[in-house]
Design a protein around this ligand. Structure first.
Ligand code: IMP
Ligand code: MG
Length: 181
């Protein structure tokens, strides 16, 4: 695809890592009431692949929050647009997220979910950008660490586009300058 300057994580690398994470999660949560909690929309591609690599019984749910909007900069404002369908009291919540960047979004979501008395809240993220971290949140499962570049694909968007790419890549700078959502 012309808009992509380079591929950071290939389709094959993602598939392999998602399989490993699914196996690890299946071992760690054996015998527990596991709820995979996907952060919309970015976590969707990761969730649907990950859940099929998790071999223990579990449920899924979705939460949607406002984040970057049309820009590539964090607004710092987090708001719940769609809440979980069901209570999580006493359940083991594993948040499934596309990327931990500053950590602001997940910090907010974790403290919000904790008020509902779940048995545990942990994080599984496809990508982590440690160079950008502002809030030091514990991330239990990480697919890949990526450098400080704006990435798209496999759920991650720029102005709502490119979520469908099978790989994670970096956009050409020209895309930011000329195209708008
Ligand atoms: P944080 O609150 O700064 O950790 O940002 C989290 C959210 O920002 C992620 O869930 C993404 O939706 C978005 N985000 C952060 N970095 C990128 C990126 O490189 N590409 C696309 N979206 C990103
Ligand atoms: Mg996101």
């Amino acid at each position: 695809m012309d808009a992509i300057a380079k591929v950071l994580v290939s389709e094959q690398e993602i598939a392999q890592r998602v399989r490993e994470l699914g196996q690890q999660i299946s071992r760690d949560y054996e015998g527990q009431d596991l709820l995979l909690t996907c952060i919309l929309k970015g976590g969707v591609a990761f969730l649907v692949d990950l859940m099929r690599e998790v071999t223990i019984p579990h449920e899924i749910d979705f939460i949607a929050i406002s984040s970057y909007g049309q820009s590539t900069e964090s607004s710092g404002v987090v708001r719940i647009l769609k809440d979980l369908d069901r209570p999580i009291e006493g359940r083991h919540v594993l948040i499934v997220e596309d990327i931990v960047d500053t950590g602001r979004t997940l910090s907010y979501i974790i403290s919000n979910l904790r008020t509902r008395n779940p048995a545990s809240v942990r994080i599984c993220t496809l990508l982590s950008k440690p160079a950008r971290r502002e809030i030091d949140i514990p991330v239990d499962y990480i697919g890949f660490e990526v450098p400080n570049e704006f990435v798209v694909g496999y759920g991650l968007d720029y102005a709502e586009r490119y979520r469908n790419l099978r790989f994670v890549g970096v956009l050409h700078e020209s895309v930011y300058k000329t195209k708008r959502g």
